[in-house]
Design a protein around this ligand. Sequence first.
Ligand code: DAH
Length: 341
Amino acid sequence: MPSLQEQIQQFEQEINAFQPATAAELEDYRIRFLGAKGIVKHLFGEIKTVPAEQRKDAGQLLNAFKLLAEQKHEAFKDLSETATAKGPKVDHTMPGIPLPLGTRHPLRVVENKIVSIFERIGFSVATGPEIEDDWHNFTSLNMPLDHPARDMQDTFYVSSNPDWVLRTHTSSTQARILETQPLPIRVICPGRVYRNETISARAHCFFHQCEGLYVDKNVSFADLKQTLYYFVTEMFGENTKVRFRPSYFPFTEPSAEMDISCTVCGGSGCNLCKHSGWVEILGCGMVHPNMLRNFGIDPEVYTGFAFGMGVERITQVKYQVNDLRLYSQNDVRFLRQFQGI
Ligand code: DAH
């Protein structure tokens, strides 16, 4: 008959090697070791056969053994919790916890809308670099070095190269297209632009624009008006009115700014339209002959129109966002409001 110590050692080996794969195996183990007639109980009963002076040590051994047996059972408890003899404790038919899904950024949604409206009437999409050289951002757009209109846009210069700027408008892409694409040209150029502005509700050091350019024979101001009117009714609804005010841009002649009837009050006056009934949404005009010449296009043969709009501005007018900073704060409470638009 093996001694109590020897028996304990042998059972310890068995316990250490035990790796249940099913709840049933774990339950067999529990009954065998920890049950009312199990090995642990039995060995504790054996302690009376141990000589009195060794009982204290034997008791300690047994307590450690019991702990080992219990810990092993505990380690595989998950097995018995998912499927006990009484049936699963977990309800597999319960709906899962939904994963928080991201949404498209409102500016991207609006940019996509703008682009798709123009794509439907034959415009293709072009993009250009955000770090731009002086020629494409200013000079070729009829803004030579000493031109006062350069001050209309506060520019970030790239310190390593005095010829480079962070583009102040997407009109620079217009220049790149005139430089490289064969005529006729009909493009829409979305992208991010930068200006050295103090960040506030109404100004930001970066924002987004969409530029449009159409150059062909016989393109007239009437084409420009009709194209932009189509855009406005698609974007803001059929009943939206437009008006053009004379303006100045170096790269267009004549130039205009376009207003639409206020999308909030419909013209009766509110905060968005500053009680005028109209909100300005873009600048436009007929491409300046100097600009065409800069790219070797004969302005006697070809004419064109161009326009540029701020994506933030369109979003503000369409969805009444009243603080530009919201677009870059990434507050999900703001972003979620645009789910599904
Ligand atoms: N580039 C102008 C700006 O950022 C917007 C603009 C006005 C673009 C008139 C044009 C245009 O193409 O014709 O303020």
